[in-house]
Design a protein around this ligand. Sequence first.
Ligand code: MLT
Length: 411
Amino acid sequence: MARINENFLKLPGSYLFSEVAKRRKAYAKEHPEADLISLGIGDVTLPLTPTAVSALHKGADEMSRKETFKGYGPEQGYAFLRSDIARVDFGYRGVRIEPDEIFISDGSKSDTGNIGDIFSPDNIVAVCDPVYPVYIDTNAMAGRAGNYDHETGKWDRLVYASGTPDNDFVPDVPELYGDDAPDMIYLCFPNNPTGTVATRRQLKKWVDYALENEAVILFDAAYEAYITDQEIPHSIYEIPGATECAIEFRSFSKNAGFTGLRCSYTVIPKALEVGGVSLNSLWNRRHNTKFNGTPYIVQLAADSVYTPDGAAQTQALVDHYLENAGIIRAGLEEAGYSVWGGVNSPYVWLRTIDGMSSWEFFDYLLKELNIVGTPGSGFGPSGAGYFRLTGFGSRENTLRAVERIKKGKLV
Ligand code: MLT
């Protein structure tokens, strides 16, 4: 008799963004007249850049001719993209990453979710709280999270590093799990969901902690393009020692608007070993076995980001969303909310009003103001009483949403 992976049965409720979409849909069905504005999931709204579009056309033309047609590509990604990433994303910042330390993939959600394949199911995992739910849910599926406690909203085998207003939502290194330090540590900066960033000093503390405890940091830098502050590191590898203890995830979704096209990459330095085994070669083995590569034409489009025109057009997309986030932040502040993020990040994090729970505030925004956002408690227990809005909406909708929030009613 076949048996299922029973860890899936331990997962509480549905995936956060599916739940938000479900509630939005139900409300829209009951109120077809409602003019809903979505500032919930961090999905982009501007079209691809002209440079990316012409790369897609070029790729499609190549695929249509016998002489230039391409079948399977290298599982790790085409050399042209891997070398441009190494040269620009890291080389320009004074960080040496080799092309063969870069694995092109179809999304940071997949990669941060799949990376657990190369780690022992017994590892102790630490997460920041609040946190992007993929890190927790995928570890729960693998059996690393233990059991979920509905009272506390925590998994009993995970270590939580709490983000609070006191630490400006940049958690300090976590407590031990029993006598043990965590083996795998998920960090995300600029942070999803709080929009806060970690300074060099703060990141150094995590890197030193990982080196000292022989832990691996899984650093999600999907939002690095939003960093405007010169002092804030874009990559964990800007911190000395990080190539020996960290894996980094990057995405083309939030800078170049590839949420629908799908392209990302993961960096695993060859210096990173666990128990004398290279994680680069383990991931390579996993990638070769389970993945047949990101489509050629998508990689061409991703590579166009590294041309002068592509870089300028991509920056214009980022600037647009960043400006949206600034508009939301300023509007919320004017309306008297306590707010974080929205400066080096497309996400704005706010404290709910009148002691409302995150889901009560979700209902208030949905039903009274016809705005869809994301409840902070969906990102973990420390998110309770908080709420996330994104700068990824259209400018028009962002302005209209902010007007509604400032007036506390539909306008
Ligand atoms: C989010 O809203 O947190 C993100 O869009 C989710 C994702 O990138 O998968």
